[in-house]
Design a protein around this ligand. Structure first.
Ligand code: ZN
Ligand code: ZN
Length: 602
C-alpha cells in the first residue's frame, strides 16, 4: 500500500499550491499554481502525474497549468465546468480564444472513475464560483482509502458564491484531509460585519470629499466588492461614479457568462437589472479606459482596480485627496515598499487596509476538521507560523495526525498504523510577573523574539492588554494606531459617546452586547448600550419599560433600513452562519481575535 503527498508548492508565501498525491499505482497532481514548473518537467519524457485536477481558477492554483499542458499535451486536466470557463483569465496576455481548451469539465457531486479503482468527486467549496473540493477514492483488494483536498474553501455564503455545505460532509471520515489554513487560528468578525465596516469607511471618505481606490484580486474579491458597492444602502441612489479597471472588468464579463451557475439570489437580481454594468442607476458603474485614468478623482469617486495596479496612475498631486484601501492577507503584512504602491511626493493620499475574507478563519477550519474526522490532516496554503499555530492546537493534536510540510518534503501517510505526533514547535513561553507599586512588569524569555511575528508585534514598543475570560491577551500597537490616537477627538466627559464608554479600547468597541462590537468606532460615536467609563456601573434607575423603549428605536430603524435594502435591490440573502459541529463537543480553546495588519505610514 502506498499513500503519499509531495508538495511541489505548499502555498507558504507566493509560490502557489501544487501537490502530487500518490494513491497505490496512480499519481494525481492537485492544482498547479507554480510560476516556474521546472520541478514538474525534470524528465521531459515522463509527465509528472497520470491526471491533473484543479480546484478553482485563482492564479495561485492554476498559474502553471498552461506551461504544463504545453510540456505534456497528453496529460489530462480536469476541473468543474465553471472553473474551466474562468481559467483563461489567468493568461491575460493571450486572447481568450488563443488559450487552448486543455481543461475538461467535471460535474459537481457525481463521482467519476478515472482509472481502475480510482474515482474523483467534486464538492462545492464556496470561496469563488466553481471552486470545488476534490474527494479521491481508491478501492482495491488490498487497500482502500479516501483523500479529500479542500483547495481554498469558505463556509459562509458570499455575495456571488454559496459556501461549502458542511452538512453534506459530516462524518465523511476521509483517511487523509488536505486543507488550507490561511487564517491559522485567528478569528474574524462575521462576513456581514466586515462588509458593513468597509462600506462605512468608504462612505465616510466620500463624505469628507475624498476619492477611494480599492485594490483587490481581479477575480473573486473584485466582483464581491462591486456587488457590495451596488447593493449597500450607503451607496444605492447616490450620485457617485464607480470606475472599474480592465483587470476587474474582464473578470466581471466572465461572471456574466457563468450567470446560470451563480446563487439564485444573484440570478434574481440579474433579472431586474444588469449584474454589473449599468449607467442608468446610481451609483453608476463604469469601465475605466486608459485615457480616463489620469482624469478621475478630481471630484470624489470610487475606483476598483486589480491588486497590481499602479497607485501613481490614479493618485497625482493635482487630483483630489484619495483613500487607498489594500486587501489584508493573513500572516503577510502589506509591504508598502513594493513598486506599484509608490506615490509621487505631495500626493494627498492615505493608505490603509481592509478585511473582506474569502477563506474561513481558525474556528471555521477546526470546525471543518471536527466534522470530517480524518485520520491525517495536512495543512497547506498559509504563512508557516499560522499553519504551525494550527498543528499546535491540543484539540487537534489529540485526535488527528497533523502535518504541515514545506515545499519539497514528502509526507508518508500510513493508514491504520500507530503514529507518533511530531514534536510541537514551542509557542508557549513561561514568564514572570512582578507587581511594583503602580505598575506590573511581565518578563518573558528572549526566545520569544525568534518568531517572525515579533518584529511586527514589537514595532512601537507599546502593547495593549485586554481580558478574554480568565486570560490576558497582549497585542502590539502599530505606528498607525499611535498616530491616529494623537489626533483623537477630544470629548467632554459628560457626553454619552464611545470615547467615554468603558468598552472603548484601541479605537474599537469591545462590548459584545453592542451592535458595534469589534468595530472600529470614533470617539464621538453613539451606541444604545453606552456605559460611562467615568462612573462605576450603577443599578439602572429607569424602569424596564423605559429601557425597552429607549432601545427599540435604533433597532427598529436598522431593521427598517435592512428591509428597505432587501426590497429595493433583491439583495443576495444574508449569508447563513455555518452550523456548529455537533460532535465532538470539545471545550473551545480561547482564541485571540484576529487583528488587522495595519501598514505603516509611508
Ligand atoms: Zn482562491
Ligand atoms: Zn489560494
Amino acid at each position: 500500500m502506498e499513500l503519499q503527498c509531495l508538495p511541489y508548492g505548499a502555498g507558504h508565501t507566493d509560490e502557489g499550491v501544487c501537490l502530487l498525491v500518490r494513491m497505490g499505482p496512480y499519481r494525481i497532481l492537485l492544482d498547479c499554481g507554480l510560476r516556474d514548473i521546472s520541478p514538474l518537467t525534470a524528465n521531459p519524457n515522463q509527465p509528472p502525474a497520470d491526471l491533473v485536477l484543479c480546484t478553482h481558477a485563482h492564479p495561485d492554483h492554476t498559474r502553471g497549468l498552461l506551461a504544463l499542458h504545453r510540456a505534456f499535451p497528453q496529460l489530462p486536466v480536469y476541473a468543474s465546468e465553471v472553473t474551466a470557463q474562468l481559467l483563461p483569465l489567468n493568461w491575460p496576455e493571450l486572447e481568450p480564444a488563443a488559450v487552448p481548451l486543455f481543461c475538461q469539465a467535471l460535474p459537481i457531486g457525481s463521482p467519476v472513475e478515472f482509472f481502475d479503482g480510482l474515482t474523483a468527486k467534486l464538492i462545492r467549496a464556496g470561496h469563488l464560483p466553481g471552486a470545488s473540493a476534490i474527494l479521491l477514492t481508491r478501492t482495491a483488494a488490498q487497500d482502500s482509502y479516501t483523500l479529500l483536498y479542500t483547495g481554498d474553501f469558505f463556509l459562509s455564503n458570499s455575495r456571488l458564491a454559496d459556501g461549502l455545505a458542511l452538512e453534506e460532509l459530516r462524518g465523511l471520515g476521509p483517511d487523509v484531509l488536505i486543507l488550507e489554513g490561511s487564517y491559522g487560528t485567528a478569528r474574524y468578525p462575521h462576513r456581514r460585519n466586515q462588509e458593513n465596516q468597509l462600506a462605512e469607511r468608504i462612505e465616510a471618505a466620500i463624505r469628507e470629499r475624498r476619492s477611494v481606490l480599492l485594490l483587490a484580486p481581479a477575480l473573486g474579491l473584485g466582483q464581491e466588492l462591486l456587488m457590495l458597492l451596488r447593493s449597500h444602502h450607503h451607496f444605492t441612489g447616490r450620485d457617485i461614479d464607480i470606475w472599474v479597471d480592465s483587470a476587474v472588468a474582464t473578470a466581471c464579463d466572465a461572471y456574466l457568462e457563468i450567470l446560470p451557475h451563480l446563487p439564485a439570489s444573484v440570478q434574481n437580481f440579474a433579472r431586474h437589472q444588469p449584474l454589473f454594468w449599468d449607467e442608468r442607476v446610481r451609483p453608476r458603474v463604469r469601465r475605466l479606459s486608459p485615457e480616463q485614468l489620469g482624469e478621475i478623482g478630481k471630484t470624489p469617486c470610487i475606483a476598483l482596480a486589480g491588486k497590481t495596479a499602479n497607485l501613481s496612475d490614479y493618485c497625482h498631486p493635482d487630483t483630489g485627496p484619495w483613500l487607498i484601501l489594500l486587501p489584508e492577507h493573513p500572516g503577510h503584512p502589506v509591504n508598502l515598499q513594493s513598486p506599484n504602491l509608490q506615490l509621487p511626493a505631495e500626493t494627498p493620499a492615505t493608505i490603509e487596509t481592509y478585511l473582506l475574507a474569502e477563506h474561513c478563519d481558525g474556528p471555521g477550519t477546526t470546525q471543518l476538521i471536527h466534522n470530517l474526522r480524518p485520520m491525517h490532516a495536512i495543512f497547506v496554503h498559509g504563512s508557516p507560523t499560522y499553519l504551525a499555530d494550527l498543528t499546535n492546537l491540543d484539540e487537534l493534536r489529540n485526535r488527528y495526525h497533523l502535518h504541515s510540510p514545506a515545499t519539497g518534503t514528502l509526507v508518508e501517510l500510513p493508514i491504520g498504523e500507530k503514529f507518533v505526533q511530531p514534536e510541537v514547535v514551542e509557542t508557549h513561553y513561561e514568564g514572570e510577573l512582578t507587581e511594583q507599586g503602580t505598575v506590573v512588569t511581565i518578563t518573558l524569555p528572549n526566545a520569544i523574539k525568534g518568531d517572525p511575528r515579533w518584529q511586527h508585534f514589537a514595532d512601537t514598543g507599546l502593547v495593549e492588554a485586554r481580558w478574554q475570560g480568565e486570560e490576558l491577551v497582549l497585542r502590539g500597537l502599530s505606528q498607525r494606531e499611535l498616530l491616529s490616537q494623537s489626533d483623537r477627538i477630544e470629548v467632554a466627559p459628560e457626553v454619552e459617546c464611545c470615547g467615554n464608554c468603558r468598552y472603548y479600547r484601541g479605537q474599537r468597541c469591545w462590548n459584545s452586547g453592542s451592535p458595534l462590537f469589534e468595530f472600529k468606532v470614533t470617539a464621538d460615536g453613539y451606541c444604545p448600550v453606552f456605559e460611562s467609563v467615568h462612573a462605576p456601573p450603577s443599578t439602572p434607575v429607569a424602569s424596564e419599560e423605559d429601557e425597552d423603549e429607549e432601545q427599540a428605536e435604533p433597532q427598529e430603524a436598522e431593521e427598517a433600513e435592512e428591509a428597505e435594502e432587501a426590497e429595493e435591490l433583491q439583495e443576495p440573502q444574508e449569508p447563513q452562519e455555518p452550523q456548529e459541529p455537533q460532535e465532538p463537543q470539545e471545550p473551545q480553546e480561547p482564541q485571540e481575535p484576529q487583528e488587522p495588519q495595519e501598514p505603516e505610514l509611508p
